[in-house]
Design a protein around this ligand. Structure first.
Ligand code: HEM
Length: 254
């Protein structure tokens, strides 16, 4: 699919853009379904946490940081609603689990995992991306396929984070029935700490993800809605898809 734009003046060559398939339909659906699910899980989880907000940092009896001050719960209306928090959390947990499993199976079956999997150079490559993003390094680090090394690393980690949220969640949901799982996670208290830490990591990921998406621009954002990303091509470049779609099957799956 190619879009031709009228030239701004007579001497300039027509600017040409090409729509390249970036995200398959299945990935887009699961991505957008996941967004409200995580919001609901964090929101209902914090309602549960309010009922027994035990976590704090301190030395020798001096507490210097506590999750969270009462004003936090009051502002977000998270207090005194434990029953509703539990009801939402335990119902949406199943949808979150099903969507997560479906994503893993889909990514595996379509071979999309190859676009996400990090390798030995991903750690140093991610550092290069970070230095470039902070404008300390000028040259843009190369992408390997669709994503750069930092994206590969973060997206893979966030999938593992999802798995850990589910495993630690079930470990504290049914500690007797799934006792081997609770034991592997270090017991009930430890599994609960893991579950809470995962939530904080999700929130951190979300903030960084939004900033990165805003930085990457509108075309990148719309590609997660339409599936296609518009890329500029040189006027004399052949009008053929640059990366994908590679096959008719892929073209049909958008
Ligand atoms: C995006 C995924 C999830 C997030 C962000 C999340 C977040 C939270 C938070 C913040 C808490 C309060 C922690 C505490 O009191 O220490 C919590 C509690 C809990 N969560 Fe999750 N959770 C998620 C997924 C799940 C899943 C898949 C299950 C599986 C059943 C689950 C089961 C539980 C249970 C059993 C509790 C403790 C309830 C209690 O103390 O009575 N969570 N969750």
């Amino acid at each position: 699919m190619t879009f031709h734009h009228p030239p701004p003046d007579e001497t300039e060559q027509p600017a040409t853009r090409k729509a390249v398939l970036k995200h398959r339909r299945g990935s887009r659906w699961m991505h957008w379904i996941n967004f409200p699910l995580i919001v609901i899980m964090v929101w209902s989880g914090l309602r549960i946490y309010w009922a027994e907000d035990v976590y704090a940092f301190g030395i020798l009896g001096w507490e210097w940081f506590k999750f969270f001050p009462e004003s936090f719960y009051e502002t977000l209306d998270l207090n005194r609603r434990l029953a509703r928090g539990l009801a939402f959390h335990f119902n949406f947990a199943w949808l979150f689990t099903i969507n997560g499993l479906a994503f893993v199976v889909y990514t595996w079956r379509t071979g999309e995992w190859r676009e996400l999997a990090p390798n030995r150079r991903s750690l140093s490559g991610s550092l290069d991306v970070l230095l470039h993003d902070l404008r300390i390094r000028k040259e843009e680090p190369p992408k390997r396929g669709r994503y750069n090394e930092a994206q590969r690393l973060t997206y893979s980690l966030v999938i593992l984070l999802g798995a850990l949220a589910i495993l630690s969640g079930f470990a504290i949901f049914k500690p007797t029935q799934v006792f081997p799982l609770t034991w592997i996670l270090g017991g009930y208290t430890s599994a609960r700490i893991i579950h809470f830490t995962v939530t904080l990591a999700f929130i951190l990921f979300f903030v960084v993800h939004i900033l990165q998406v805003a930085r990457a621009g509108w075309r990148n954002f719309t590609s997660m809605v339409t599936g296609y990303e518009l890329v500029d091509i040189e006027p004399d470049e052949p009008d053929e898809p640059a990366e994908s779609p590679k096959s008719a099957e892929e073209t049909a799956d958008v």
